[in-house]
Write a protein that binds this ligand. Structure first.
Ligand code: NAP
Length: 288
């Protein structure tokens, strides 16, 4: 496998800054650079000292880079690809960490030079916090990273990106992008919609009730709604970029919810018991 001389990070929020922390002292690359659009984040990055160079120009960041990892909100991806494309080497491998895949692949096909290997990626790990100070070493440990590359990329490029995620502690699965977007719609995107929506319902309740809800919120409610504190820009972008799969899964979910509502209305205790027994078994398997 070829030696990585330079790695470049575009966007240094929770995900890319955690990856930089993980890879920093493993000898995977000789040098690293990071682009951040705001002065505030660049100053934080210089203090954190997790990359060799912090840049405010796309050109300086990606010039001579063997790998470029894009870690920005998904709606910003297209513009980033467009801006960095003129400065890439033929051998540069482009990858990303975005939570949706189909729409990003479309942008890459539009703007990336044809001979460049693009290996879309999605590490299934994260928290509800944002920015480089929220990142930490070990975020990816024991998780899965899904890669959705086309079949015509060089095998060596794929091996390098797999090795990178393995070094960060992740197992790697290769998947079709459409299937990825469908699976993530139900496992991640719809749970976020439900959390945002239930917290939104509380905020629209009478002032006094809202106060009591916040005061007496039991741990179940707190656990369940933790993700409603996630970054609003990031989640706006994810939901709009995966509209098709989300609407498809949402219609199945709404049908199931209506069945549950009917069972409660009809006091169908057998149905409720059977459903909750089944879901309990499924949920226990997820913990394993
Ligand atoms: P984050 O902490 O909010 O950081 C986003 C980064 O993108 C910041 O460095 C920000 O720079 C930069 N940025 C924002 N808008 C930009 C624009 N228009 N042009 C250029 N740079 C821009 O986000 P994150 O949680 O790391 O998420 C990054 C990506 O990972 C997203 O695509 C998300 O879907 C995906 N992801 C997130 C999670 C999660 O749990 N958070 C998990 C898996 C995958 P400034 O600070 O300079 O503004």
């Amino acid at each position: 496998m070829k030696k990585i001389n330079k790695i470049a990070f575009i966007g240094m929020g929770l995900i890319n800054s955690s990856l930089a922390r993980d890879l920093n002292d493993l000898g995977f690359y000789n040098s690293s650079s990071a682009y951040s659009r705001t002065k505030k984040t660049r100053n934080i990055l210089r203090k954190l000292d997790i990359v060799d160079k912090v840049e405010e120009s796309y050109e300086k960041t990606v010039k001579g880079a063997d790998i470029v990892i894009i870690g920005v909100p998904v709606a910003a991806f297209s513009n980033v690809i467009k801006k960095i494309s003129p400065f890439l080497m033929k051998s540069t491998i482009i990858t990303d960490v975005g939570s949706v895949k189909k729409s990003l692949i479309k942008s890459a096909e539009k703007y990336l030079p044809k001979n460049i290997d693009f290996i879309p990626g999605h590490p299934i790990a994260g928290t509800e916090n944002s920015g480089p100070e929220a990142g930490f070493k070990g975020l990816f440990k024991n998780g899965y990273c899904i890669l959705t590359p086309k079949s015509n990329i060089k095998k060596e490029s794929l091996d390098i990106i797999i090795k990178m995620w393995n070094l960060a502690g992740m197992k790697v699965d290769i998947m079709d992008p459409e299937y990825h977007d469908m699976v993530l719609a139900i496992t991640s995107h719809i749970p976020h919609i439900i959390a945002y929506s239930i917290v939104g319902t509380i905020s629209s309740l009478e002032k006094s009730i809202k106060k009591e809800v916040i005061k007496y919120a039991a741990s179940g409610f707190k656990d369940f709604t933790r993700i409603a504190a996630s970054d609003p820009i990031m989640w706006r972008d994810i939901l709009l970029s995966n509209k098709g799969s989300i609407l498809e899964m949402l219609s199945i979910f709404k049908k199931d919810l209506a069945t549950l509502e009917k069972a409660i209305r009809n006091e169908d205790s057998k149905f409720l018991y059977n459903l909750f027994s089944k879901t309990r078994l499924i949920r226990k398997k997820i913990n394993k």
